[in-house]
Design a protein around this ligand. Structure first.
Ligand SMILES: [Zn+2]
Length: 374
């Protein structure tokens, strides 16, 4: 594992009254499989914090939950996972300037895009420490995973396709959320992943958004019941109520369990093959469903699975192993009646997230195809 500071000068902005040095701490655990080492999974928390005012630099802003909880989870994952070898690369990151407009994460995501890094998934952990909500509900065993439906970077052409045949529930980020739920609940049975089918909460944002805007799959982890008396508040007592983001309102066992959910999912992503690329569904009138995709390059690849579900189901419900092929036809199953996807499986049974297919017209199918965007 190598650790570096990513430093830049942030120009004046809405919540930045003067040019300010922003520093991200970036720890990279390089993948050991040459075919997978360029595939990157990023997990982050933000180490800046704020009081009522985002430009008050003098107040005491302990930020125990928002977001020392996420930063601590990332540090602990880095400590534990550094001893292991994964096929793909994992980046453990603590970013700054989140409260000033997602500044540190934007800088990292922009650099990733410029350098054409293959960021296959990004997790932000933000407010993952409080198990007792302002609504009085105590829940120590559930964490929310927010995922967007319609991709933030969707093109006009993709929107036209989506309006025609659906897919608003099948973005890469939503496949990632399903992967996290399925994987972590197998390894961390004491925790339930509550998938939330939206990008973030009302009026809020997080460090996953700059990644989404640049086309990288990303999700947000947050506790289920928030207590707004302990977020973005000057530390004070008012009418006998304690305000402020203080450590006494953090449930440390809960933070540890959320870190376990993250770690299990990250580990399985980095052990598994890449999600299949160039997956298409042949768009012609037929009683059968024909899927095609590009071959994975990992030497330990065992083959592929087709998954499907009813169009109203929130999660994949069926799967079929189809071997080491790059096309498969499901006889007598109409693509009009189900959603389909493809995932890759390695020799140890590690499964990639699912890739949702793009439709390929009959005309295009008659031409040789290598593009992932036919
Ligand atoms: Zn935060």
């Amino acid at each position: 594992m190598t650790v570096e500071k990513q430093i830049y000068e942030q120009a004046k902005a809405a919540r930045v009254p003067q040019p300010t040095i922003i520093t991200n701490i970036v720890a990279t655990l390089k993948g050991s499989q040459p075919q997978a080492a360029d595939r990157i999974y990023v997990v982050s928390g933000h180490y800046d914090s704020m009081c009522n005012s985002p430009t008050d630099a003098k107040c005491d802003a302990p930020g125990a939950n928002d977001d020392a909880s996420g930063t601590a989870a990332v540090l602990e994952m880095a400590r534990v996972m550094a001893k292991f070898e994964f096929d793909a690369t994992i980046v453990f990151m603590a970013v700054a300037g989140e409260e000033q407009g997602l500044l540190g994460s934007t800088h990292f995501a922009e650099e990733a895009k410029e350098k054409k890094w293959d960021v296959e998934a990004m997790f932000t952990n933000d407010i993952i420490g409080n198990s007792l909500g302002g609504n009085g509900i105590r829940d120590r065993n559930t964490v929310r995973v927010f995922s967007e439906g319609v991709p933030s970077n969707e093109t006009a052409a993709e929107a036209t396709t989506r309006r025609s045949v659906g897919g608003e529930n099948d973005s890469p980020s939503r496949q990632l959320a399903r992967f996290i739920k399925e994987t972590s609940e197998a390894f961390v049975p004491q925790m339930t992943v509550m998938m939330v089918y939206r990008r973030d909460r009302y009026g809020r944002g997080g460090d996953h958004i700059p990644f989404l805007e640049r086309g990288y799959p990303a999700v947000r982890f947050t506790e289920v019941n928030e207590d707004f008396r302990h977020q973005h508040q000057n530390v004070r007592t008012e009418n006998g109520v304690q305000y402020g983001d203080l450590p006494e309102f953090v449930d440390f066992n809960y933070v540890a369990n959320v870190a376990r959910v993250n770690a299990a999912s990250l580990a399985m992503l980095a052990y598994a093959p890449a999600r299949p690329k160039g997956v298409t569904i042949i768009s012609r009138l037929s009683d059968d469903t024909e899927l095609r995709w590009e071959a994975n390059t990992e030497p330990d690849l065992a083959g592929y699975e087709i998954v499907w579900r009813d169009t109203t189901s929130p999660v994949w419900t069926n799967s079929k192993a189809v071997g080491k092929v790059t096309t498969f036809t499901l006889k007598g199953m109409s693509k009009d009646n189900f959603f389909f996807g493809v995932r890759a499986v390695d020799n140890e049974g590690n499964r990639s997230p699912v890739t949702y297919p793009k439709p390929m017209t009959r005309q295009a199918t008659d031409r040789p195809t290598t593009s992932s965007n036919p």
